[in-house]
Design a protein around this ligand. Structure first.
Ligand code: FES
Length: 449
């Protein structure tokens, strides 16, 4: 499937995202950072990090990892003068100001020079340039349902099961999934799931047509509906369409987002989230690193899960680095071609730096709870150092501080991926939440009649 990038004709495949097609074509620098013009490539491959923004058919700053490739698409990389993304002269800023560029105090000794530098800074600021044409108004539609579950991963499916098997029979929840298939992490880690006797297909089969499943449906806004007060209003994007959904109760089961790890060079093209690589491969068959073995770094269960899952997708590992034992000194190359590690100080006497050649670096850290949507309407989320993020606060019935929002799974720090007791408890918790939300949704629907 032909498309163009910066005027050059490239080939992608049906089912590719734009990011997959670019990586398939060997393009790893997708854009430049705004201030220092450092090269940037995709990290999360799931629409959350913003490192892959590309201009597509005249529309700026679209995440290439979420844009479906279409025949004849015209794409441009952003934030580099003259379109020279691979040889951006403004990269010199980083070297001219090794201590960092404080644009607030640049050339303030002279009024004239200060104004000039301000003008230059204004012209350089921003992500891309405005659309080259007026965007056409998109089709929209509206509907009302008693209960919406956001996310069809293991937690969302368990909540849906709880809802349909609750006393409030007859209620058919609307299950929204932003990916093209349900299953979430259960699909990524299917081997790990099988090993602990679970299957992503099982809840789906049990649900049958008792839920309405809408895939490729991303909730982009959540509001408290003033009419009637206390209900939810969701803005849902399905490709180019916008769907407005009113609901009495909402269950948030959005999982988590991949996090970077702080080490020198962690923003270079060629450093990816391990989960992103798994999803990329499953959706498009693309493996990064041009056939070379990759380095995997991370901690705990997530490291082990990702190691097994990457191997099962045909990756070979140049190194599997536990950050509990080793630290990353730096990575080198664009895209990354070498990782340097050394034992943590407590592992004395060895502090020698080991240099390992690799085609890419994959980061496998516990994901951060995706709380933003619920937080945007006031649901409380508190920082947890052990979970590495801001899980939503919930009571014993999974109710957040907003009466009509329930939350389950990783969004509340209860991952269903855990084997053993905590995973089973998280599953039971999600089912109970689905039950409670369904009962209340049904009562609210009866009151509204
Ligand atoms: S948003 Fe596309 S790679 Fe993160």
């Amino acid at each position: 499937m032909p498309f163009s990038l910066d005027g050059e004709r490239l080939e992608g495949r049906a089912d590719d995202t734009l990011a997959a097609a670019m990586l398939r074509a060997g393009v790893t620098t997708f854009t430049r950072s705004i201030k220092y013009h450092r090269p940037r490539g995709p990290f999360c491959l799931g629409g959350s990090c913003g490192q892959c923004l590309v201009r597509v058919d005249g529309v700026p700053s679209l995440p290439a990892c979420r844009v479906e490739l279409k025949q004849g698409m015209s794409c441009e990389r952003q934030n580099a003068p003259l379109g020279l993304v691979d040889r951006d002269l403004f990269r010199a800023v980083d070297f001219l100001f090794p201590g960092g560029l404080d644009h607030h105090h640049l050339m303030i000794q002279s009024r004239l020079l200060g104004q000039i530098s301000l003008e230059v800074a204004r012209r350089l600021a921003g992500l891309g340039t405005l659309p080259s044409r007026d965007l056409l108004a998109q089709q929209g539609s509206a509907r009302a349902v008693p209960l919406v579950i956001v996310g069809a991963g293991p937690a969302g499916l368990s909540a849906a099961l709880g809802a349909v098997e609750s006393d409030s029979g007859g209620l058919r929840p609307l299950l929204l999934e932003r990916d093209s298939k349900p299953g979430g992490t259960a699909r990524l880690f299917r081997d790990a799931e099988r090993a602990i006797g679970r299957s992503s297909a099982a809840p789906l089969e049990r649900l049958g047509d008792r839920v309405e499943l809408l895939c490729d449906a991303e909730v982009v806004g959540l509001y408290s509906d003033p009419q009637p007060e206390g209900d939810a209003l969701l803005a849902v994007r399905q490709e180019a369409r916008l769907l407005a959904v009113r609901a009495h109760r909402v269950v948030i089961a959005m999982g988590g987002v991949s996090q970077p790890h702080p080490f020198p060079g962690n923003d270079r093209p060629g450093v990816y989230a391990a989960r992103g690589l798994l999803a990329l491969h499953d959706q498009t068959g693309v493996r990064v690193g041009e056939g070379a073995a990759i380095a995997l770094v991370g901690v705990g269960d997530e490291l082990e899960r990702c190691r097994a899952a990457l191997l099962s997708r045909g990756y070979s590992l140049a190194a599997c680095v536990s950050l509990d034992e080793d630290e990353i000194v730096r990575v080198r190359g664009r895209p990354v071609a070498e990782i340097q590690i050394r034992a943590r100080p407590r592992q004395e006497p060895s502090s020698a730096i080991r240099k390992i050649r690799c085609g890419a670096v994959a980061v496998a850290l516990p994901v951060a709870a995706q709380h933003d949507l619920a937080s945007s309407v006031g649901a409380r989320a508190t920082f947890s150092a052990s979970l590495g993020g801001f899980p939503l606060e919930v009571d014993a019935e999974a109710r957040t501080s907003v009466a009509w929002i329930f939350a389950v799974g990783t969004a509340v720090g209860r991952s269903l991926l855990d084997s053993g007791v905590s995973g089973n408890e998280a599953t039971a918790f999600a089912q109970k939440a689905g039950q409670a939300a369904a009962v209340e949704a049904k009562q609210a629907a009866a009151l509204a009649r």
